[in-house]
Design a protein around this ligand. Structure first.
Ligand code: NDP
Length: 252
């Protein structure tokens, strides 16, 4: 039968590991042509090879989402290689473990904001025109977090940035709804990725508390988050916009 993302071209940021890499594999398996953006070249090229070998369509651009020129280049490369941009999964993000606010370096605050918030801003600015030029069933999915609607014990800068991603998502949804671009956010719960490994850093108590806060008493596999992103990027979600979709195992 028809696959969920047949005929769609999707840009994925933060595609070199974790949720983004899982999304790249899944979206390609569901029929999308995927453009992968992240900083680590080796990781991306291995993933492009893997997807191509499996019969999918993938290409890559290395770059930093905090740098507008890199994002602009990735959007241009997508249109050049695949002829269109239907959707984007703005997933790149970075967190540090709970350093007290008053002990956080301003440079760390700046970087957290630049990657998690300005990164999404840069993406929207450059993706929206390309999506509008493609057609009237566009979709953007931004990765927020349970830290995007409550203080989770993550760093205050990260909590602020992920809250802002939800605000930006709603604003963009309101502006572009009538023009045919849906904009949604994923409220992601604890997921087993490299980022999570870094945040836990062998702290069994923190790991236990994250597991306990899910009513399912476990963390997610990255593919479980990617499944929701795939659906939101697809036309199956044609009347869903401005939503903050919780994919958090029932976080309490
Ligand atoms: P990973 O560290 O596994 O993946 C993060 C990805 O983002 C990597 O591909 C990394 O690639 C990329 N990335 C980081 N910084 C930049 C940058 N400046 N420019 C371009 N790419 C960048 O973590 P996750 O998969 O867990 O994280 C994905 C998203 O999910 C993030 O937004 C995170 O905040 C969010 N999230 C994760 C949760 C979890 O429990 N894991 C919970 C809630 C939200 P590279 O280093 O090659 O650039």
């Amino acid at each position: 039968g028809q696959r969920m993302l047949d005929g769609r071209t999707i840009l994925i940021t933060g595609a070199s590991s974790g949720i983004g890499a899982a999304a790249a594999r899944l979206f390609a398996a569901e029929g999308a042509a995927v453009m992968l953006l992240a900083r680590r070249k080796e990781r991306l090229s291995d993933l492009v090879d893997e997807i191509s070998l499996a019969g999918g369509r993938a290409a890559m651009v290395t770059g930093d989402v905090a740098d507008e020129r890199d994002v602009e280049r990735a959007v241009a490369a997508t249109v050049e290689d695949f002829g269109r941009l239907d959707a984007a999964f703005n997933n790149a993000g970075w967190a540090v473990a709970g350093v007290p606010l008053h002990e956080t370096d301003n440079a760390v605050f700046d970087r957290i904001i630049d990657v998690n918030l300005r990164g999404v801003w840069n993406c929207l600015r450059h993706q929206i025109p390309a999506i509008l030029a493609t057609g009237r069933d566009g979709a953007v999915v931004n990765t927020s977090s349970v830290a995007g609607h409550q203080a989770t014990g993550a760093s205050a800068a990260y909590v602020a940035a992920k809250h802002a991603v939800l605000g930006l998502t709603k604003a963009a949804a309101a502006e572009y709804g009538e023009l045919g671009v849906r904009v949604n956010a994923l409220v992601v719960g604890s997921t087993r990725t490299e980022l999570m490994e870094e945040v836990l850093e062998g702290t069994p108590a923190l790991e236990k508390s994250f597991v306990e806060r899910s009513v399912q008493k476990r963390m997610a596999d990255p593919t479980e988050i990617a499944q929701a992103a795939a659906w939101l990027c697809s036309n199956r979600a044609s009347f869903v916009t401005g939503a903050a979709m919780q994919v958090d195992g029932g976080w309490t």
